[in-house]
Design a protein around this ligand. Sequence first.
Ligand code: ATP
Length: 236
Amino acid sequence: MSLLHVDKLSASHGQLPAVRGIEFTVDEGEIVALVGANGAGKTTLLRTIAGAHRADRGRVVFDGVEVTGLPAHRRVAAGISLVPEGRRLFPTMSVEENLRVGASAARPGEWSVTRVLDAFPQLQPLRRRRAGELSGGQQQAVAIGRALMANPRILLLDEISLGLSPKAVDGVYASLRILIDARVTLILVEQDLGRTLATADRILCLLEGRIVAAGRADEMSREQVMAHYFGTREAA
Ligand code: ATP
């Protein structure tokens, strides 16, 4: 059985449909990337899976249990954690306090402040520093660490490279490797196609709220993904 089954899911912003009947599954330990142009519906899809946005139709089934009607904190307790676009830390709270916020609806498990600081060693000396004083890369590491404190079974990562320097992105991805090795299941939204293809097992291409192509990352070329990205498949 799949860990996550997204079943004909639709979501909108007012009158505007953003996610239109999306269907896919994710297996335990898999890394699935959502690829698509701005406005394709990637963020809305992740937020709807996490319970931060209401579904209009369809179902989210996690580990065989339907969670579509559950509020976000109940989904966190079930094992679904979102690292939101823009990080959304508490800027006046310390790194450690931000991490502890992530444990508030946590499932029992191995992640702790110490383990997060082991996975993100760049945060070790910054433990008592206010989150608002950190660099973008350091803040992103805190945002991922905060999500890990809930001991997720699946982690939804929304544009974790956005606004970061190439060096900071390298640091964040080096730490992701630790999660991948620990077989944390990931759904990744990432603008950097090279990194996406190198990291993911499977790619889902979104266009105007629908999945228009799907395949194994090692069987899809950059050109094929780009063609789906812009909806010019015949160009591939
Ligand atoms: P991006 O890469 O820009 O984040 P995305 O693929 O994540 O894009 P969404 O942010 O989910 O796409 O947006 C899907 C559609 O919903 C777009 O047409 C967008 O304009 C619209 N939308 C997103 N957020 C809102 C909002 N808060 N209010 C109204 N419309 C929104």
